[in-house]
Design a protein around this ligand. Structure first.
Ligand code: CA
Ligand code: CA
Ligand code: CA
Length: 268
C-alpha cells in the first residue's frame, strides 16, 4: 500500500514536470509556424556589388514536417518565392530544425539549410535589375527563442489557428542569415563569382495551439469530459490524438494532463 502511494506520487510529479516542459511537443502538435519577416539588410559582393535594406514581408503559414526523419516534425520547407516574392528565385530550402535547449520557460530552436542547385537561374531581380546567375549555393540559418504565451487568436490572421508559442530571432547574424553564391550572367569565371548575403534579420513567428498538450485531445475549444473519455477509451494504445503529451503511449500521464487542465479553454 505504502509502495503504491509513493509510486503514484512519483507519477504525479513526473506528469507535472512534463506538463510544463512541453514547448517542442506543443510546437509539433500545432504543426504550423506563422512566420513574419520584419526587416533585413542585403550585401552583394564580387562580380557585382550592391547593398540595401529589405522591407517587411506578409506573414506566411508554414507546415512543420519531419524532413530528415529524426522523429521531430519541426522542419520547414521554405519556398524562397513566398518569402521574397520579387527576388525571382523559385527554389525550396529544406530548413532542418534542432532543439538547442529547452526548459519549461523557453526553448532555443535552430534551423539550417543548404542547397547546391548548380543551375543557371534566369531573371533574378537584383535591386530592380533582372540578371541571370549560375547558382552554386543557397544556404540559410534561422534561430529563435521560443516562449509560451497564453492561448490566443492568431495575430496575423484570425482565420489561422490559435497560437500558444511566440518566436523571436535569436543569436544575431551568426545564426540568422541567408547566403546565395554563384556566377552572374551564368559565366563561370573568377570575375563573375558573387556572394549575396542577407543579414541583420529581424523576424518573428507564432506557433503551437490549443491542442493535445493542454489535454484538449479532441481539438475543440475546451478541455472537458469528452477529452477525458477519449483518453480512457484509448488507454494503453500507441500515440494518436489521445496521446496528450506526445510520448507515443496513452497512459496515466495523459490522463493527468487532461485532469490538470480540466475546464480550460482558449481565450481570444
Ligand atoms: Ca526532423
Ligand atoms: Ca476538448
Ligand atoms: Ca502519452
Amino acid at each position: 500500500m505504502m509502495m503504491r502511494k509513493v509510486l503514484t506520487l512519483g507519477a504525479l510529479c513526473a506528469a507535472a514536470m512534463t506538463a510544463n516542459a512541453q514547448i517542442v511537443t506543443n510546437l509539433q502538435q500545432g504543426s504550423k509556424l506563422y512566420w513574419k519577416f520584419n526587416s533585413g539588410q542585403y550585401d552583394i559582393t564580387g562580380g557585382i556589388s550592391q547593398s540595401g535594406s529589405i522591407s517587411a514581408s506578409d506573414p506566411i503559414e508554414l507546415t512543420l514536417q519531419d524532413l530528415n526523419n529524426d522523429g521531430r516534425a519541426i522542419d520547414i520547407q521554405l519556398r524562397l518565392q513566398d518569402l521574397f516574392p520579387t527576388l525571382g528565385i523559385n527554389r525550396e530550402l529544406n530548413l532542418i530544425g534542432t532543439v538547442v535547449s529547452e526548459t519549461p520557460g523557453e526553448a532555443i530552436i535552430r534551423w539550417e539549410a543548404e542547397d547546391q542547385p548548380n543551375l543557371c537561374i534566369e531573371q533574378i531581380n537584383v535591386g530592380g535589375v533582372e540578371i541571370n546567375a549560375y547558382i552554386t549555393l543557397l544556404a540559410g540559418r534561422l534561430q529563435a527563442r521560443v516562449t509560451p504565451i497564453p492561448c490566443q487568436n492568431n495575430p496575423y490572421n484570425p482565420n489561422w489557428q490559435k497560437v500558444t508559442l511566440r518566436f523571436e530571432e535569436n543569436g544575431g547574424d551568426s545564426y540568422n542569415s541567408l547566403i546565395v553564391q554563384g556566377y552572374v550572367f551564368c559565366l563561370k569565371n573568377p570575375f563573375t563569382f558573387t556572394t549575396a548575403q542577407i543579414s541583420s534579420m529581424d523576424w518573428e513567428a507564432y506557433a503551437g495551439g490549443f491542442t493535445g498538450v493542454f489535454g484538449n485531445v479532441n481539438g475543440d475549444s475546451v478541455v472537458d469530459d469528452a477529452d477525458l473519455l477519449e483518453v480512457l477509451f484509448n488507454f494503453g494504445s500507441e500515440g494518436g490524438r489521445a496521446d496528450a503529451n506526445g510520448d507515443g503511449v496513452v497512459d496515466d500521464a495523459d490522463l493527468l494532463i487532461v485532469l490538470f487542465n480540466f475546464g480550460a479553454s482558449c481565450g481570444g
